[in-house]
Design a protein around this ligand. Structure first.
Ligand code: NAG
Ligand code: NAG
Ligand code: NAG
Ligand code: NAG
Ligand code: ZN
Length: 472
């Protein structure tokens, strides 16, 4: 009943939006492409100034230097951890000291899971200590561990076909890496699928583009009606070896020990700062990254880099004394890694103002040398973005791709707001993603300078255009 009411309300709201009743005239751009081209050409000097400041001028290397100091002194920032609390406190102060407007924290309850001690040892056919990382939200094993025979499969289909063999075993998934979006399904749902056919635990081949014997952690999801079993990721190397051992007809026995525990939810915050618009302050261009990370490595790549180029975008604009017509809002999300918890809270709280959001941006796929902008939106909006990216010709980063995305902005994109992210070297990104190797060593100051320049030009120009990006 409640659902039906909401649905009816939604339809009425949609109809009134569609008929333009609740939208001020001229709010969403209706200009011709020629008129837009002329307007955007007027930003060439501003774009040059932002680029010069970020790449060659006094802000050169600043996002890298700010990030390295922050990362080295705070460390990894797992949801529910003291480190994450400290990170938020420090960023709050940093943003205030930077003189940004309306610096504030928006509270949200987030999960608190800790991995504890963990190990996996292959006992049969030979003794082999395996590198593992428990998956976020996994339960632990009993203290003596789970010792069981192994069933190795390469897909959910194979697991279905061989389901009678799975009972009482540890299921190992050795799925090949196709793309993150496709392959991550095994990490997210492997434990549930294995438990459905009676497995005692599941081990998942790390979702990685490249491996030097590095396990990659990440979140996983239980299902209410399926027994919870412990689950961890193993290295690509071990997953492939287990497949080979099975093909030789060998019996494999593994002992898995995991001390993982889930504690009650804790209070955390989305960290927000603005450059308030001087003509349409209620209208928003949102620029973002997530401040939380996994507990291994330093969370430099995921997503320290995205958070710090997003802050840098506002810093650069402020350094030049610019104030766009609409508000540029920086959001540093909390608990993204646990499934976009902070972002979902923000969406629930702010979606009433959705008709005033021109563009949502998130950098959460690397801050290496960008190859362009990934953009989701209407064809008319895309044409405008192409013109804006043309302002970056001196950096040779002018391409507009499809598929603007980010866990934290997807709520808005799905509801029809144009969304943008940086196109990056994903092979490199998924080499280090969610591992002990996610440290400052993989970051590059010159690449961050360019990423920050692109981010600031896009954010500033969209925030300063006379009209909002069109939605149709
Ligand atoms: C910026 O970083 C690059 C690469 O590490 C370095 O060569 C250069 O000296 C740095 N420039 C400044 C101004 O710090
Ligand atoms: C929505 O916008 C109105 C005015 O445009 C503002 O007063 C209000 O605080 C906004 N609400 C949220 C949740 O941002
Ligand atoms: C959108 O912003 C306008 C001002 O630009 C304001 O009058 C209006 O209340 C806002 N609408 C919503 C839904 O936030
Ligand atoms: C510009 O970027 C493209 C890839 O987007 C690359 O192939 C080309 O070599 C670059 N040109 C220059 C001058 O850097
Ligand atoms: Zn991330």
């Amino acid at each position: 009943m409640k659902f039906l009411l909401f649905t009816l309300f939604g339809i009425v709201q949609f109809l009134s939006l569609a008929s333009g009743k609740s939208i001020p005239k001229n709010k969403f751009s209706h200009k011709s492409l020629k008129e837009m081209k002329e307007e955007i050409a007027g930003y060439e000097d501003v774009a040059e100034s932002l680029i010069n400041l970020a790449v060659y001028g006094k802000a050169k290397n600043r996002s890298y230097e700010r990030l390295s100091y922050f990362i080295d002194t705070v460390g990894p920032r797992l949801s529910g951890s003291k480190n994450l609390d400290r990170a938020i406190e420090i960023m709050y102060k940093n943003l205030q000291q930077n003189g940004l407007d309306s610096v504030h924290l928006e509270p949200v309850k987030i999960p608190h899971w800790e991995r504890g001690e963990e190990s996996a040892v292959m006992l049969v056919p030979r003794l082999h200590k395996m590198a593992i990382l428990g998956l976020g939200s996994s339960i632990g094993t009993p203290p003596e561990g789970i010792t069981a025979e192994v069933l190795v499969v390469t897909s959910f289909d194979e697991l279905q076909r061989r389901s009678p063999e799975a009972k009482g075993k540890i299921v190992v998934f050795n799925q090949p890496f196709v793309s993150y979006a496709i392959t991550v399904q095994y990490r997210t749902h492997g434990a549930v699928e294995a438990a459905k056919v009676g497995a005692l635990a599941s081990l998942i081949r790390s979702v990685a583009s490249f491996s030097v014997y590095s396990p990659h952690t990440g979140n996983q999801e239980y299902q209410d009606d399926v027994p919870k079993i412990p689950t961890a990721c193993i290295t690509v190397e071990d997953a492939e070896m287990l497949t080979r051992l099975a093909s030789y007809g060998k019996t494999i026995v593994i002992q898995l020990k995991m001390g993982a525990k889930t504690y009650p939810d804790t209070v955390s915050f989305n960290t927000v700062a603005e450059i308030t618009g001087d003509k349409y302050p209620d209208q928003i261009v949102l620029v973002s990254g997530h401040l939380d990370s996994w507990d291994v490595g330093q969370g430099a790549l995921d997503d320290g880099g995205g958070s710090f180029i997003s802050w840098e975008a506002l810093s650069l604009i402020k350094d030049l004394g610019l104030r766009p017509k609409r508000t540029l809002r920086l959001v540093l999300w909390t608990a993204e890694e646990q499934g976009g918890i902070g972002a979902l809270q923000y969406y629930r709280l702010h979606k009433g103002n959705i008709s005033n959001y021109s563009l949502v941006m998130e950098s959460d796929a690397g801050t290496f040398l960008p190859t362009g902008l990934q953009f989701s939106g209407s064809e008319r909006a895309r044409d405008i973005m192409k013109e804006i990216m043309g302002l970056l010709k001196h950096l040779n980063v002018t391409k507009v791709f499809t598929g603007g995305e980010g866990t934290d902005i997807n709520f808005w994109i799905q509801a029809g707001v144009p969304g943008a992210s940086l196109s990056n070297d994903l092979f490199k990104y998924f080499t280090f993603h969610h591992t002990y190797g996610d440290t400052m060593t993989v970051m590059n100051p010159k690449q961050m300078n360019v990423a920050a320049a692109v981010w600031s030009v896009v954010a500033y120009v969209v925030a300063d255009l006379e009209e909002m990006l069109p939605r149709t």
